[in-house]
Ligand binder design. Structure first.
Ligand code: AQP
Length: 346
C-alpha cells in the first residue's frame, strides 16, 4: 500500500441532544487529534435526514453541533469545520460507491437493523445506505484515520472494504493514470480510551443514545450543573462498594460505566480511578463524579450557549470550512471520475 498523507476525518449528526457519549467517544478526542494531524470535522446533515427531521430544528441543530465543536476546543483556523451538505462531493462519491458496495455487505449492518427495527419496510433507503455515504465522507478526502466511538466500528470496516474493492476493480486505470497501486487508503479506525462506549445511566447494558426516550439516561452537553448532579445521583448502580481492581468491574456494567466516565473526563485510566476510589460507596464516588463532570462540561455548555446566540459567526465558520473541504475533495472526485471512465466537461 502506498503512503498516503495522514489526515483525520470524523463527523457528528445534528440530530439533537449531544450527550456525554458523543463528547467522550468522539468530540473530546477530535480536539486532542489536532496536535498530531490535519483534521476535518463535519456536521453530517445528509446523514441526519435518513430519519425525518423538522426543518427548523435541523437548521438549529447544525449550528448547535458546530458550536459544540468550537466550545470543546476544535480550532476552526487549524482544523476544517463544515457541514456535509455544503460540499457536493460527498453525495457524488456516495453514488459511485453505491455501485461498488454489495447488497450482502449492507445486509450485515447491525445499526440499520437496530434503527429500522420491526418497521424495516418503512425505513428510508437513505438509512439503509447510511454506511456507504459514510465511506464517501471519509474517502472523499482520502482520510487515513477516523476517531469514532465503538458503535461505528462495523461501518468503518465497510469503508475499508469499499476502498479495497474500488482499488481492485479499477487497478488498471489507477496505475495508468499515475496513482500507483491504490487510489484510496485503507482507513484506520481510532477507537479506544476508557469511554469508547459510554452506556446509559439507567441501564449499563445499553449505549448512551440521543434517541433514548428517558432524558435521565444521558448527560447532555447543554445540561446545567443541577441537571448533571441530578442525573448522576439518580444513575443506576449496584449495592457493592467500588472494587480496587478493574477485574472487579466485570459483570457490574453500571459501576464499570461510571468508572469509565470518570476516567475519560479526568484523562486517567480505570485503574487510576480505582486506586483512588476502590472500597468507596457509590454515594461518595457519585459526589466526586458530579464535581468533575460539572467542572469539565459546565464551561463547554456555557460556551455553546454563547456561540449559538451568534448564528452569523457560526455560518461564517461553516462557509470557510466548506470552501477548504471542497478544495481537497474536488480534485479527488475528479480523479475518481477519470478512473471510472467518465468524460470530463472541457
Ligand atoms: N454512547 C456512546 N459512547 C461513545 N461514543 C459514542 N458515540 C455516539 N454514542 C456514543 C460517537 O459519537 C459520534 C457521533 O455520533 P453520531 O452523530 O453518529 O450519533 P449517533 O451514534 O447516532 O448517536 P446516538 O446517540 O447513538 O444517536 P441515536 O440515538 O440516534 O442512535 C460517533 O463517533 C459515535 O461513535
Amino acid at each position: 500500500m502506498p503512503a498516503f498523507k495522514e489526515l483525520v476525518f470524523s463527523g457528528v449528526q445534528p440530530t439533537g441532544n449531544l450527550h456525554l457519549g458523543n463528547y467522550l467517544g468522539a468530540i473530546k478526542r477530535f480536539v486532542a487529534m489536532q496536535a498530531q494531524f490535519d483534521c476535518l470535522y463535519c456536521v453530517v446533515d445528509l446523514h441526519a435526514i435518513t430519519v425525518w427531521q423538522d426543518p427548523a430544528e435541523l437548521t438549529r441543530q447544525i449550528r448547535e453541533v458546530t458550536a459544540a465543536f468550537l466550545a470543546a476546543g476544535i480550532d476552526p483556523a487549524r482544523s476544517v469545520v463544515f457541514n456535509q451538505s455544503q460540499v457536493p462531493q460527498h453525495a457524488e462519491l456516495a453514488w459511485i460507491f453505491n455501485c461498488v458496495a454489495r447488497l450482502g455487505w449492507l445486509n450485515r449492518m447491525t445499526q440499520f437493523k437496530e434503527k429500522a427495527g420491526k418497521d424495516r419496510e418503512n425505513a428510508s433507503i437513505g438509512l439503509y445506505d447510511y454506511p456507504v455515504l459514510m465511506a464517501a465522507d471519509i474517502l472523499a478526502y482520502r482520510a487515513t484515520h477516523v476517531p469514532v466511538g465503538e458503535d461505528q466500528k462495523q461501518h468503518l470496516e465497510l469503508t475499508r472494504d469499499i476502498a479495497q474493492k474500488f482499488n481492485n476493480d479499477f487497478a488498471g486505470a489507477i496505475q495508468q493514470q499515475g496513482h500507483g497501486e491504490a487510489f484510496f487508503p485503507i482507513t484506520e479506525p481510532l477507537i479506544g480510551g476508557p469511554a469508547a462506549r459510554v452506556m446509559s445511566l439507567r441501564d449499563g447494558t445499553k449505549k448512551m443514545s440521543k434517541s433514548d426516550p428517558s432524558d435521565y439516561s444521558r448527560i447532555n452537553l447543554t445540561d446545567d450543573s443541577d441537571g448533571i448532579a441530578t442525573k448522576v445521583r439518580k444513575a443506576k448502580t449496584d449495592a457493592e462498594p467500588l472494587p480496587s481492581e478493574t477485574a472487579g468491574l466485570e459483570k457490574r456494567p453500571e459501576a464499570d460505566n461510571l468508572v469509565g466516565i470518570f476516567a475519560a473526563l479526568n484523562d486517567v485510566s480505570r485503574e487510576d480511578v480505582l486506586r483512588e476510589y476502590g472500597g468507596a460507596q457509590f454515594s461518595a464516588f457519585k459526589g466526586a463524579l458530579v464535581d468533575l463532570a460539572v467542572a469539565k462540561l459546565g464551561p463547554i455548555g456555557a460556551e455553546m450557549k454563547r456561540l449559538v446566540a451568534d448564528p452569523g459567526h457560526i455560518d461564517a465558520v461553516l462557509a470557510d470550512g466548506a470552501a477548504r473541504a471542497e478544495a481537497i475533495a474536488a480534485p479527488n472526485i475528479a480523479a475518481v471520475k477519470d478512473i471510472v471512465g467518465f468524460v470530463r466537461r472541457r
